[in-house]
Write a protein that binds this ligand. Structure first.
Ligand code: UDP
Ligand code: MN
Length: 297
């Protein structure tokens, strides 16, 4: 992978941090064709990011859904490792969405960190649990979550933190490169291709394939994203359609139409099953082993 020539020129002209990115990781793509940074280990200074965030006195929300057996299987480890690695030193509010608030583990939280539990109803199909997140998040962002937080990250629960995930990841809107697909050629990316679906991308469309397990940004930006995806999913549903990868397909359509301001390298959400890759230096979040037979009906 090289760097995109257009962005390289504009970065050389007027962007010192862009230059740093090129020097630090010449072997990977560190900017998108529209000039957004793709952050890899070594391309940012975590201490500067930390100081800047502290000066802004931010509150960062982290949402996670734990419905059905996903709660017992994944939630405790997700939260425990977030306490060690997610935005340490910042003000953080976790929002756990579940149909069984009483079963949420009571975890000792660090200073400046809170956990709120929001009750949701349990959809029968796992695909519906996954997609329904968009509507629930949109409503939450219009309520207390939206009033409390400046930035929000929305994550799957079937993963755990393994390295510092700090304010370097913050931006207006943030998308995650999918660990399995970041090096695939565009025509092979698993976008929705049925033109009747609101998630459809035509051949030649698409920048990257983003992972539905992690997205974020300002409250306003994530409200826009969740509104779009919830509306698009509903549009498909009334037509009797369901996009290939559910909410992830709609998320990919959204980010094709509204380019993310920052892209996280696969180091930020890595799967150990892929094996060793020279460019993956410091994974921050790891996929938990997929045990669908245990958690899905
Ligand atoms: N989820 C849940 N209960 C379910 C299905 C999904 O809590 O029955 C939530 C959970 O946060 C999960 C996310 O929705 O991580 C997405 O589902 P899953 O991780 O199974 O999808 P995949 O990562 O395999 O695409
Ligand atoms: Mn998942």
């Amino acid at each position: 992978m090289g760097t995109c020539p257009l962005s390289r020129m504009s970065l050389l002209r007027d962007n010192f941090s862009g230059l740093l990115r090129l020097w630090a990781r010449p072997e990977v793509l560190t900017c998108t064709p529209w000039g957004a940074p793709i952050i890899w280990d070594g391309t940012f200074d975590p201490d500067t990011a930390q100081q800047e965030a502290i000066q802004q006195n931010l509150t960062i929300g982290l949402t996670v859904f734990a419905v059905g057996r996903y709660l017992e299987k994944y939630l405790a480890r997700f939260l425990e490792t977030a306490e060690r690695h997610f935005m340490v030193g910042q003000r953080v509010v976790y929002y756990v969405f579940t149909e069984r608030p009483a079963a949420v583990p009571r975890l000792p939280l660090g200073p400046g960190r809170q956990l709120r539990v929001e009750r949701v109803s349990r959809e029968r199909r796992w695909q519906d649990v996954s997609m329904e997140r968009m509507r629930t998040l949109h409503a939450a962002l219009g309520g207390r979550l939206g009033r409390e937080a400046d930035f929000v990250f929305c994550m799957d629960v079937d993963q755990y933190f393994s390295g510092a995930f700090g304010p370097e990841a913050l931006a207006d809107s943030v998308a995650q490169l999918h660990a399995w697909h970041y090096h695939w050629p565009l025509p092979m990316l698993p976008y929705e291709r049925d033109a009747r679906s609101a998630a459809a991308l035509a051949s030649g469309e698409g920048d990257f394939y983003y992972h539905g397990a992690l997205f974020g940004g300002t409250v306003e930006a994530v409200r826009g994203l969740t509104a779009h995806c919830a509306r698009a999913q509903e549009q498909d549903r009334v037509r009797g359609l369901e996009a290939r990868w559910h909410d992830e397909s709609h998320l990919n359509k959204y980010f094709w139409l509204h380019k993310p301001a920052k892209v996280l390298s696969p180091e930020f959400c890595w799967s150990l099953e892929i094996g060793r890759r020279a460019e993956i230096r410091h994974p921050r979040l790891l996929w938990a082993p997929k045990e669908y037979d245990l958690v899905r009906d």
